[in-house]
Design a protein around this ligand. Structure first.
Ligand code: URA
Length: 226
């Protein structure tokens, strides 16, 4: 796929991709989804998060990480002085697996080009993979998250060279509290990886996500939603 140069051109391509993905029928999840969850946030983000797959609330709203794991992700972002509007948040799968089961290989294969193209268009410097599925897919390495979390590596994804930074999935930290401290420590490294000062003041308590109703069935609405 061609490299797209300007920010405006990349944004327009992202909107075209959104349109294409919105009607994707490449795998059977198309039959059970309520909404495609393309991803949302800053189309020029330096930092992109890649989770696993939409859950119940994401499927209802068409927006990633709007449930409990999303609240934790927002808190962790707030602690390093960032908000959802600063980053782009996507997933390995754009459609919810029934009952929130694990993504299947055929679904990942059917969906992965959408993710690779998103990364090419957004051109983040850092891609933080949340949990095993995103980490294994984007690193091309079967090593699990417990071994590789917190260890950055340079990877080539399509036309983009990005710093991959695997971290635990926030949902895992909700279920296993011991992981929360590790997740916080890994998160605290992100400002340095971004070449920023760490947040000096304790961040404001993070307010709940704005009523995360898509303004329109258009990515333009979602790009600056948060
Ligand atoms: N978990 C994910 O991996 N992605 C979401 O969008 C929500 C929860």
């Amino acid at each position: 796929m061609d490299a797209v140069a300007t920010s405006e051109a990349r944004r327009a391509e992202l909107v075209s991709l959104f349109d294409a993905v919105s009607s994707c029928t490449a795998c059977p999840l198309a039959e059970t989804r309520t909404k495609v969850v393309f991803g949302a946030g800053n189309a020029d983000a330096e930092l992109m998060f890649v989770g696993e797959a939409p859950g119940f609330h994401e499927d209802q709203q068409g927006i990633p990480f709007v449930g409990a794991a999303g609240k934790l992700l927002e808190r962790l972002l707030g602690e390093i002085g960032l908000g959802r509007e600063d980053v782009f948040i996507g997933n390995v799968l754009k459609c919810r697996p029934p009952g929130n089961r694990d993504p299947q290989l055929g679904e990942i294969e059917a969906c992965q080009d959408h993710l690779f193209r998103q990364i090419e268009l957004i051109q983040p410097r850092i891609v933080a993979t949340l949990g095993n599925f995103a980490t294994k897919l984007l690193s091309g390495n079967p090593a699990g998250i417990t071994r590789v979390h917190g260890v950055e590596q340079s990877v080539r994804l399509g036309n983009s060279e990005v710093l991959l930074f695997p971290i635990y999935h926030p949902a895992a930290a909700l279920y296993t509290r011991a992981m929360l401290g590790v997740l916080e420590e890994d998160f605290a490294r992100l400002p340095q990886l971004l070449g920023r000062e760490p947040a000096l003041v304790p961040s404001e308590p993070v307010s709940p996500a704005p009523d995360a109703t898509p303004v329109a069935a258009e990515l333009e609405a979602q790009l600056d939603l948060f």
